[in-house]
Design a protein around this ligand. Structure first.
Ligand code: NAD
Ligand code: TYD
Length: 354
């Protein structure tokens, strides 16, 4: 079968990647979507069960740092677009293992950029390299106000955000130096189904259900700007197709929450859905030692994306959080397999010998 386009999505078995793969496979039947994912602890093919049999979807297990493999994928499938999400993505892990973050997030991005530049040399027309980044590259805002715009100076504080900032710089350098047709999106915190339960929202939903403590860092006063993951996937689709080459776009929910207030909403929603009396799980909250270098506040100004491409978040937070809590409670099997590590063992066996 001949495809109109051949798009390489990296990290498609992760949280955001799986929502993006689903959107692209369903929305663009004339595109071949190639999902390159190493299936680290954060990647899970169960996130993509509903698309795995689709004729325009292909999964390749592999490392974005493996230049030979990336070259082979480019040649074999005639890749003309890349949407790069594969990354180590958890701040707390980056504090423990910064080198893993430098390897995947910096060297992995550089590998993809360089294969794309050589593969597309002399025929950049119609090609596109879309790098998925984070608002965390901008550092922290004062509690009293201000928002990150595309002009905000980079000021990363954690090994995670430093590695993402570095990868963004490489993407810009490949545009400016080699004319690679790049775009970058910097998004705020995502929430929704299929997020690995080391991140605040799925971790706390699961802990409330199991009546385990909810460890809030510091006084729980840090502020994050939350966006429903499907709205992020829609933004990526728009920017990939219509964003201006060489530009970056901020993506945010215009939805700031102090962690403590967010956790109160989570407790109330889980308790209500489980039929527990009001206030039943309030006592699970524990204030614990703060995360080192914990950024006080993130808030994204996505005016540019709204004005240029007409994007805006579609889901109200109250609705999104209800939908999300319900999904985790209804998909206990997914949660149990992810927390027990069963799925990792399953894939190790399935792919051993490859
Ligand atoms: P995730 O941790 O859920 O998924 C990452 C995926 O990348 C996994 O499927 C994993 O197996 C894969 N991967 C890791 N190392 C790899 C390697 N070396 N080669 C190939 N695949 C590899 O992450 P996520 O939350 O879905 O984030 C996706 C992207 O979006 C990341 O680049 C992240 O920086 C960015 N981002 C995330 C958020 C958020 O709130 N989660 C917000 C803004 C930006
Ligand atoms: P997280 O989901 O790890 O995303 P990020 O660090 O990328 O913003 O954390 C969201 C916020 O919740 C952040 O301020 C740290 C805080 N947090 C806790 O207080 N306790 C926890 O156990 C976790 C995982 C996060």
């Amino acid at each position: 079968m001949n495809f109109e386009r051949n798009i390489l999505i990296t990290g498609g078995a992760g949280f955001i990647g799986s929502h993006l793969v689903r959107l692209m496979v369903e929305r663009y039947p004339t595109y071949r979507i190639i999902n390159l994912d190493l299936l680290t602890y954060a990647g899970n093919l169960a996130n993509l069960k509903d698309v795995e049999g689709c004729a325009n979807y292909l999964f390749v297990r592999g490392d974005v740092c493996d230049r030979g493999l990336v070259e082979e994928i480019f040649e074999r499938y005639g890749v003309d677009g890349v949407i790069h999400l594969a990354a180590e993505s958890h701040v707390d892990r980056s504090i423990r293992e910064p080198f893993a973050f430098a390897r995947t997030n910096i060297m992995g991005t550089l590998t993809l950029l360089d294969v794309a530049r050589r593969g597309w040399e002399g025929r950049m027309e119609g090609k596109r390299f879309h790098h998925i980044s984070t608002d965390e590259v901008f550092g922290a805002l004062e509690m009293s106000g201000g928002m990150f715009t595309e002009q905000t100076k980079y000021d990363p504080h954690s090994p995670y955000s430093a590695s993402k900032a570095s990868s963004d710089h490489f993407v810009r350098a490949y545009h400016d130096t080699y004319g690679l047709p790049t775009v970058i999106t910097n998004c705020s915190n995502n929430y929704g189904p299929y997020q690995f339960p080391e991140k605040l929202i799925p971790l706390f939903i699961n802990n409330i259900r199991q009546r385990k403590p909810l460890p809030l860092y510091g006084r729980g006063e840090n502020v994050r700007d939350w966006l429903y993951v499907e709205d992020h996937a829609r933004a990526i689709d728009l920017v990939f197709h219509h964003g201006r080459v060489g530009e970056s776009y901020n993506v945010g929910g215009n939805n700031e929450w102090r962690n403590i207030d967010l956790v109160r909403v989570l407790i109330k929603t889980v308790d209500r859905l489980l039929g527990n009396p009001e206030g039943y799980s309030d006592s699970l909250v524990r204030f614990v030692t703060d995360r080192p270098g914990h950024d006080a506040r993130y808030a994204i100004d996505s005016t540019k994306l709204q004005k240029e491409l007409g994007w805006e978040p579609s889901l109200q937070f109250e609705e999104g959080i209800k939908k999300t809590v319900r999904w985790y409670l209804d998909n206990q099997e997914w949660m149990d397999s992810v927390t027990s590590g069963d799925y990792l063992r399953y894939y190790e066996e399935m792919y051993s010998g490859r």
